[in-house]
Ligand binder design. Structure first.
Ligand SMILES: Nc1nc2c(ncn2[C@@H]2O[C@H](COP(=O)(O)OP(=O)(O)OP(=O)(O)O)[C@@H](O)[C@H]2O)c(=O)[nH]1
Ligand SMILES: [Mg+2]
Length: 383
């Protein structure tokens, strides 16, 4: 007795003949992967059990497996064709049955609510969160809170639920408010972060707004001596806005520069972009900041970066004493919901948001409600 498997009955019988010859006896045939799903996943498979000797009288096919067929000897070609046709008929009938039950179950699902444990308004809220790229854990937690507050009842309108959702998200982000200067006490504010995120441009925006609009006495220090033209970039802004500027290369020079710029309201400290994965660079930055003793250290991060890199970057820069998050390039981000996770994990408040290259206009003070609106806004209308 031998078992053969193939994709079709013809192929299986061919195998039988090849191995056992024309006087082989087919004991029974059966279809494996019954059901539409099995066939879709693994394709059709037919199993034929055959033997050399004439078949012993077979018991009736087991109850409930109508496709098991006891067939006559293999050399009776005509019988095979008839059997194959009968099998094909059964196959089609069973596929039709499968299709019928599949359609029936889809229809059932269609009539039921999309997710039975969610009201329409709650379902909309969940969709808003996921489309905005809020992580699923946070989205579910927010939904749990809404549910605990009774907003999943039918009486709650989608507007009620969305309004409360916005409040909850706003409650998840802390903000620092704008830079405040105190008369008679110079404030020293450093911007740190990875390369190219917009630190220098943001310093120029802050300096221009505070100097030209708020008439504060502002000075600049740059420790960015790594990149060709990095100093020139800041000096150009310093000249246009008419600000004193110091360039430092060593911790000692930093101490001296900070001491020279005491008679001001605000000193903004620009730093070279540092790789969060480079321990030496991070330690250098740490010792520079150790000399400067800034009042605030804003960690500048691009909102276009993936959450998978934002989280370890924020963790790394917390070592240099970051006190707030400053998020740039909002204008380039498709959606901002991923930043909710950044706020939750870093536990740092947001200071400013930047949304373009224009100095000094493309900068906003971060405020919880408007930030929540941005975080929930979902994909921008890319044409
Ligand atoms: N679209 C957009 N571009 C920005 C924004 N902020 C800065 N940029 C651009 O980003 C690029 C890099 O800006 P920089 O200010 O030089 O960045 P940086 O962090 O100082 O860079 P390194 O000093 O090299 O680490 C420039 O082309 C800026 O114009 C923003 O909010 N939106
Ligand atoms: Mg720079």
């Amino acid at each position: 007795m031998k078992t053969f498997r193939a994709k079709s009955m013809q192929q299986a019988l061919h195998l039988v003949r090849q191995e056992l010859g024309y006087d082989a006896t087919v004991v029974h045939t059966r279809e494996i992967n019954q059901g539409l799903l099995g066939r879709m996943m693994w394709g059709r498979q037919v199993e034929v059990v055959a033997t050399h000797s004439p078949p012993a009288p077979q018991p009736a096919a087991p109850h409930g497996s109508p496709r098991d067929t006891v067939v006559p000897a293999a050399h009776e070609e005509l019988d095979y064709r008839a059997m194959y046709r009968a099998d094909l008929g059964q196959e089609l009938a069973s596929q039709l049955d499968d299709l019928r039950s599949m359609v029936a179950s889809l229809c059932d699902k269609h009539e039921a609510p999309a997710a039975p444990d969610l009201s329409r308004a709650m379902f909309d809220a969940f969709t808003t969160l996921i489309e905005a790229d809020v992580d699923e854990t946070t989205a579910r937690e927010l939904l749990d809170t809404l549910r605990a507050e009774g907003l999943d009842r039918d009486a709650s309108s989608p507007a009620d639920v969305q309004g409360r959702l916005r409040q909850l998200v706003a409650g998840m982000v802390e903000t620092t408010g704008p830079l405040i200067t105190t008369p008679g006490r110079r404030r020293l504010v450093a911007l740190v972060g990875p390369t190219g995120v917009g630190k220098t441009t943001t310093i120029a925006k802050l300096a221009a707004n505070l100097r030209l609009r708020e008439k504060k006495r502002v000075g600049l220090i740059t420790v960015d001596t790594y990149r060709v033209a990095a100093v020139e970039q800041l000096r150009t802004y310093a000249d246009i806005i008419d600000l004193p500027m110091e360039v430092v290369a060593t911790p000692r020079e930093m101490r001296e520069a900070v001491a020279r710029l005491t008679d001001l309201d605000l000193v903004l400290l620009d730093t070279a972009g540092r790789s969060p994965r480079d321990e030496v660079q991070i330690q250098e930055l740490k010792s520079m900041l150790g000399e400067a003793q800034p009042d605030e250290v804003h960690l500048v991060l691009s909102s276009t970066a993936a959450i998978g890199s934002l989280l370890p970057t924020a963790a790394r820069f917390s070592e240099v004493g970051a006190t707030s998050l400053l998020l740039t390039k909002l204008d380039e981000a498709n959606s901002l919901g991923h930043l909710v996770k950044l706020f939750r994990h870093s536990q740092l408040p947001a200071s400013y948001l930047t949304n373009g290259q224009n100095v000094p206009d493309d900068i906003l003070v971060a405020q919880p409600e408007s930030l929540a609106d941005m975080l929930l806004a979902g994909p921008a209308g890319w044409e």
